[in-house]
Design a protein. Structure first.
Length: 303
């Protein structure tokens, strides 16, 4: 899926009746978790998560120029193209179900789409999808949720708790680095938010006059660097890892038997850094890349 699709989209006609009825559509679903940086996709066959993948945000200005029927058709085509791309690379074999006989069916028959989003502008785009269900906080079986809690944090917490057991601490190493914990009764204890590893690096590069843009190192950097790029890497990585360890240790004081899981795009690097700096702490942290989709699956079984 490319951002330029909407710019080149040419519908055959602007009509509200181009989508035929779909039978047996509960067997295959698409889940879309819209994060701050990317679109996170999951394809479900029944209760089974078949595949996950990521793409870029859609261009809101390009989509806004389409009429409502065109938007709906474009979004169905966007889902189809996204699945075709991963299928073409042998990443996915679609299950044989009455809902889908082949990939081309998706261009005219929309798969049910379950949506969770933390980006209002992107949410507005996908509301035009003809078979969309938007997940909200009130649908989640977690106590103590406050109104501004991110749906991504809540769903990932629910998924991790259901998968590994309660209490649980869920660390999301994405654009933002978040900590979210709940007790044995699925009651939210609370959490914290700080800039993620990549955001810290890009902020220094973009908001200062003399500091360069640098990338995350593949392994724990030298703490006492002798060049500017190395000093930035050292500061961001060591301070973040120390903070993660501190939150984990404090949580363990509250809930000694709690599971601790990490998700998000930078989870693997974060775990590598943590394992190098604090191996005992890292040993008990579970990698959970699909935590948000585990949470979504608990809400979509009957839809």
């Amino acid at each position: 899926m490319e951002n330029s699709i909407a710019d080149n989209f040419q519908p055959p006609a602007c009509t509200d009746s181009f989508i035929p009825e779909l039978t047996g559509k509960t067997q295959v679903k698409i889940a879309l978790a819209i994060g701050n940086s990317r679109l996170h996709w999951g394809l479900f066959a029944g209760k089974t998560l078949e595949k996950t993948w990521d793409t870029e945000h859609l261009k809101a200005d390009a989509v806004s120029r389409l009429c409502e029927a065109e938007k709906a058709e474009f979004l169905v085509e966007t889902v189809m193209r996204s699945i075709e791309q991963i299928s073409a690379h042998n990443f996915l074999c679609l299950p044989a179900t009455p809902a889908i006989s082949n990939l081309h069916t998706l261009s005219v028959v929309p798969l049910p789409l379950v949506l969770a989003s933390v980006v209002p502008q992107q949410t507005a785009i996908w509301q035009s999808y003809p078979e969309v269900r938007i997940i909200t906080l009130d649908q989640l079986a977690i106590g103590g949720i406050y109104p501004t809690l991110g749906i991504d944090r809540a769903l990932a917490l629910l998924g991790a708790g259901n998968k590994f057991g309660w209490p649980v601490l869920l660390i999301d190493a994405g654009t933002a680095l978040t900590f979210t914990g709940a007790d044995v009764n699925r009651y939210l204890i609370g959490g914290a938010i700080l800039p993620g590893l990549g955001l810290q690096l890009s902020s220094l590069g973009k908001k200062t006059a003399g500091l360069p843009l640098v990338s995350l190192p593949e392994s724990l950097p030298c703490r006492w660097a002798k060049d500017t790029a190395g000093a930035i890497q050292s500061g961001v990585v060591y301070a973040t890892v120390a903070g993660v360890r501190d939150f984990i240790e404090d949580w363990r004081c509250l809930f000694p038997n709690s599971k601790i899981a990490v998700t998000g795009g930078d989870r693997t690097l974060l775990l590598q850094y943590l394992a190098s700096a604090f191996p005992d702490t890292a040993a008990s942290v579970i990698e959970a890349p699909d935590a948000i989709f585990w949470g979504i699956s608990l809400l979509t079984v009957d839809c």
